[in-house]
Every structure is written in C-alpha cells, then in structure tokens.
Design a protein around this ligand. Structure first.
Ligand SMILES: *Cc1c(COP(=O)(O)O)cnc(C)c1O
Length: 360
C-alpha cells in the first residue's frame, strides 16, 4: 500500500497513524465486540470517547471554563445562518468583514436574519490583503462582528485579531483552527467544519462564550439553537459519532506532536518552503501580500498559464494529489494542514523545481 501526498483543501489529509488506529479498532472497539459506529451515543463507552475528545480539544486550545464546546452537524455553512439566529435579535444589526469567498457566503446568509453591515472589505484591492484594524468602522450597537481568519480559496489570512471593544467577535476558523496558538478569550465564538484541519466531514465544532447562549430568535429551529446543544452536551439528537471519535484520535495525535505550539512551528516551516520557491522563481507566482499569506492554503500560478494543465497532470502522476485550485480561482493550490507532513511539502517543492527546470 502506498499513501500518496494529499494536498486536498477538504475533506483533507488525516494523519496515517490516526487511520491505522481507527482501522485496528474498527471491528472491535476496546474489546466490546462491536464498532464504535454501532454503539449508542448514550452508552457510557461512547460518552467516554466524546468527553475525552472534548477535554483534549480544550487542552489543545487552552479553552477557558466559561466557554462551551459544541459538536454539531451541518458544516460551517449552517453556522452562517445559525450565528445571526442565535446572536442577533430579530432586525438587529450585525457586522461583517469581507475578505473572499467564505466570508461573502456568510454575509449573504446573515442578511436573511439580521441587518448586515459590511464594515470592511478587501474587494477594492482584489482580495490580496486584509483590511487594517483602522478601516473597521464598527458601530457599538451591532450584535457581533464576524470574519474568516483564513480564506481557504484565496489563501488570504488575517495576521491580527480584530479588536471590537464590547462587541462579541465571531470567527470562521474552518481552515486554520489548531494550526497556530490563539487566545480564545478574545472571541465570543469560534467555529470550524472538521474536514479541513480536524478530522472527517460531518462534524462542526463551535466554541461559544456562555453569556452568548440562550437568546436565539423565536423563529430558530430547535436544532439550530446553540443553547439546546449546550444543555444536552451536544447529544440533543444523535451526533456524528464516528466523526467525533475520529476527531478525538486526531486530538490525541496532535498532543503527541507537542500540541498547537509545536505544530505551528512545523506549519510555518512548511509554508515558508513553498512561498520561497514560488517567490524565488520568475516561473511561479502568488500575489497575496506577504503578511496576509495563508500558512494552510497556498495558491499559486505559473506565469505562462498554458503550463498549468501540464503541471496538474504530471503532479498527479507523481503522486502529488489534489493540487488543482478552487474552480472559482483556477491555477494551483496546495493545502498543507496539520496532517500534511513536511515530507509531503518537500516532495512538492522538489517536483516544482524539476517542473520549472523542464518547462521554464
Ligand atoms: C470549507 C469552509 C467552509 C464551508 O464548510 P462546510 O463544512 O462545507 O459547510 C466555510 N468556511 C471556510 C473558511 C471554509 O474553509
């Protein structure tokens, strides 16, 4: 068996050690004579797995006690609606920063349930840099400020946390959660679909400050009310048990790697290697301003764009998978989440050098 190098943006790479452990206990979990997938979510065995996953996740991000961690379904996209429904009163203003595809989708959905103000945008600079703090014109009576810390499609990333005074700050961290240290207490709410930097698709994790719970709009479906999930410890209905279990294995793996602080160093090194080869040649390019370049999603193009199809064909043949850019962006994109090893990045770097040699 050969595991190839996987640069998929999502669902994305999962550590081989995690998959091996899951495989070893797939048919018979912990000598119970059945798979974890076949167990009641209310059994003491599964509840143990679920609580351990939450506790490891809290350790990894040093989550304060006044925050709930919710294990939800519906993807990050469902959060786009759940956030205004839960955090804004009907007709209340909400504030958004627009930096690319995902934050734009969040804005469109939020308009259905709140009065959205786009308080800062990167659109007038072609999404090549994020707005500065001084450009964020926040009114004091908005329900919250929402932004995406890492735009997965554009490879555009915030290099600072917006300061909002008393306005709760809500962040979509779908593609950079657990990639670097954060101070959770700066946020009212953090959320992320699991399939980028956590585990399998089907699970969405939300970290919410407790004082923000319990004031959902009256039209909110019960399953969209954070308070319902918080009170039931994310077991109001059947949660995605296998995704929750597997994410727990990823949290254990990450702790073994030395936690977020250690993986952050590896992530920075991986990204630097790629940006170095992109910038060091007149052959490849990436136009994002240096300070706002993503360390998780590295989009790049070839100056002679005709060569991009050849690049994608040959890289796939060489075992470097899923390097095609998002359909809205074109070109190439290497997603180098926590589970993508430095070896995989080295293999890509040497492929890029060879390709430039042959076609440059
Ligand atoms: C992938 C992604 C989403 C959408 O996630 P789904 O789980 O597919 O709904 C939202 N925001 C960001 C930043 C993403 O990368």
């Amino acid at each position: 068996m050969i595991r190839k190098h996987n640069f998929s943006a999502g669902p994305a790479a999962i550590p081989g050690q995690v998959l091996e452990k899951a495989q070893a206990e797939l048919l018979d979990w912990n000598q119970q004579g059945l798979s974890i997938m076949e167990m009641s979510h209310r059994s003491k065995e599964f509840v143990g797995v679920a609580r351990k996953a939450e506790s490891d996740f809290r350790t990894l991000l040093d989550i304060p006690n006044n925050y709930k961690v919710l294990f939800l379904q519906g993807g990050a996209t469902s959060q786009f609606g759940m956030i205004p429904l839960n955090l804004a009163a009907a007709g209340q203003k909400s504030a958004y920063i627009e930096t690319g595809m995902w934050s734009s989708k969040a804005i469109v959905e939020a308009r259905r349930y709140s009065k959205v103000q786009v308080v800062a945008s990167s659109s007038h600079r072609d999404y090549l840099s994020v707005p500065a703090q001084s450009e964020i014109n926040l009114e004091a009576d908005v329900a919250y400020l929402h932004y995406a810390s890492n735009e997965t499609v554009g490879g555009l990333s915030f290099d600072y946390v917006p300061q909002t005074g008393n306005v709760p700050l809500v962040v979509d961290m779908s593609s950079d959660i657990l990639s670097k240290r954060i101070d959770v207490s700066q946020f009212g709410m953090i959320y992320a679909g699991a399939q980028k930097n956590i585990g399998p698709a089907g699970l969405t994790v939300a970290i919410i400050r407790e004082d923000l719970l319990g004031s959902a709009q009256s039209i909110t479906p019960k399953m969209y009310d954070y308070q319902v999930h918080a009170q039931a410890e994310s077991m109001s209905n059947t949660p995605p048990t296998f995704a929750w279990y597997l994410s727990g294995l990823v949290f254990e793996w990450l702790l073994q790697q030395g936690g977020v602080e250690a993986i952050e160093k590896v992530n920075l090194r991986k990204a630097q290697k790629l940006y170095q080869i992109i910038d060091g040649s007149g052959f490849y390019y990436n136009k994002i301003v240096t300070a706002n370049r993503s360390i998780m999603n590295v989009p790049f193009n070839i100056v002679d764009s005709v060569l991009e199809a050849k690049f994608l064909q040959l890289s796939t043949e060489a075992g470097l998978l899923n390097l095609k850019g998002h359909k809205a962006a074109g070109g190439m994109r290497a997603s180098i989440y926590n589970a993508v090893s430095e070896d995989s990045v080295d293999a890509l770097v040497s492929f890029m050098q060879d390709f430039e040699h042959r076609y440059g």
